[in-house]
Design a protein around this ligand. Structure first.
Ligand code: UFG
Length: 330
């Protein structure tokens, strides 16, 4: 059985579906602070609880025979992390040390960790490799990099095997349209544009038009959430099947799109025109973040299967079916 912390969240819930499709048994631990109970497939065992609660973890590991852990549970908004850094160090760093302590006590030594491209900071190259310098520019990125360092130390001291996956911009939704991205206060670009085109918001703001990019707006590497999920399945197979290993992989597509290009693609797919407002830069936004996925392709045979169009089409299907996400029944 696999423990998935944060399995009621956006990426976690998509990974859980793919684990179940592979007939892997899953127990989800989630405190539902940002996750949604409705996002969790009925076929899993669900525990409502906090990763910081050592007793809950002890009980969970004693109840089930857990072979490995996929650790999503964390706080993950860059802007919020600047205003509330302690929340990030507590939920992301302290919580993970507690999880590791209990795991190791129970002789569970395999972990997949949700990391981020925010570990790189403001890059000085067009394409980011895993060996590119890591100089995070916000507490969120720092908290995730700290955990990567803790994992590395634990692998040496306690024989821990881990794979850290640095996500670029996760987007899109399950093809069923039944699960997707839903945040109480949405900050991400694609859902914001689509919710606007659905009539839920009166405008879409472009944060900054004076970046050093061809159209002046920020470029990001958008990756479909099902492609992310596929990488987790491969990582888990590697961890469970093999010898001790430690690895860090980028998960991106190698292609970048500007904010303007994203809005245009959303207009094309939905057949609606956006009311676009030009706004100031958002603090902490790098101009361009694009991944090389060469390493994960070489070592795990992973490559993205979904295009930007697929990402926007599946996200649009989700928002059309669930205009309030999980927050309210239609
Ligand atoms: N943007 C807008 N208008 C919006 C929302 C976003 O112009 O309404 C812009 C942002 O300024 C940025 C781009 O669209 O340039 C993408 O923004 P998102 O908020 O969708 O995503 P981020 O790139 O800021 O964040 C993502 C992940 C974080 C991760 C970060 C690394 O969500 O978890 O990448 O930089 F840390």
């Amino acid at each position: 059985m696999i423990l998935v912390t944060g399995g009621a969240g956006y990426i976690g819930s998509h990974v859980v579906k793919q684990l179940l499709d592979q007939n892997i048994e899953v127990v989800v631990l989630d405190n539902l602070s940002t996750g949604h109970r409705q996002a969790v497939d009925d076929r899993v065992v669900f525990w409502e609880g906090d990763v910081k609660d050592e007793q809950t973890l002890e009980q969970l590991f004693k109840t089930y025979s857990i072979e490995g852990v996929i650790h999503f549970a964390s706080s993950c908004l860059v802007g919020e992390s600047v205003l509330q850094p302690l929340k990030y160090y507590e939920n992301n760093v302290s919580a993970t040390t507690i999880l590791l302590k209990v795991m190791l006590r129970q002789q569970i030594k395999k972990l997949i960790f949700s990391s981020t491209c925010a570990t790189y900071g403001i890059p000085d190259t067009d394409i980011l490799h895993e060996g590119s310098p890591t100089n995070p520019v916000n507490p969120y990125g720092r908290s995730k990099l700290m955990v990567e360092q803790i994992l590395s130390d634990c692998s040496k001291a306690y024989d821990l095997s881990f794979i850290s996956l640095r996500y670029f911009n996760a987007a899109g939704a399950h093809s069923s349209g039944m699960i997707g991205e839903c945040h109480e206060h949405e900050t991400h670009l694609i859902p914001n544009v689509l919710l606007h085109l659905l009539g839920k918001q009166d405008k879409v703001s472009i944060f900054g038009t004076d970046y050093d990019t061809p159209d002046g707006t920020c470029i990001r590497d958008y990756i479909h959430v099902n492609d992310l999920a596929d990488a987790h399945i491969r990582a888990l197979q590697r961890l469970l099947g093999g010898e001790k290993m430690t690895a860090v992989y980028n998960l991106g597509t190698g292609s970048g799109f500007s904010v303007k290009e994203i809005i245009e693609m959303c207009e094309q797919i939905t057949g609606k025109k956006a009311n676009v407002v030009y706004a100031a830069r958002r603090p902490g936004d790098p101009g361009r973040l694009v991944a090389s996925y060469e390493k994960v392709n070489r070592e795990m045979g992973w490559k993205p299967q979904y295009t930007l169009e697929d990402i926007i089409r599946t996200a649009w299907k989700w928002h059309l079916h669930h205009p309030y996400g999980y927050l309210k029944e239609e």
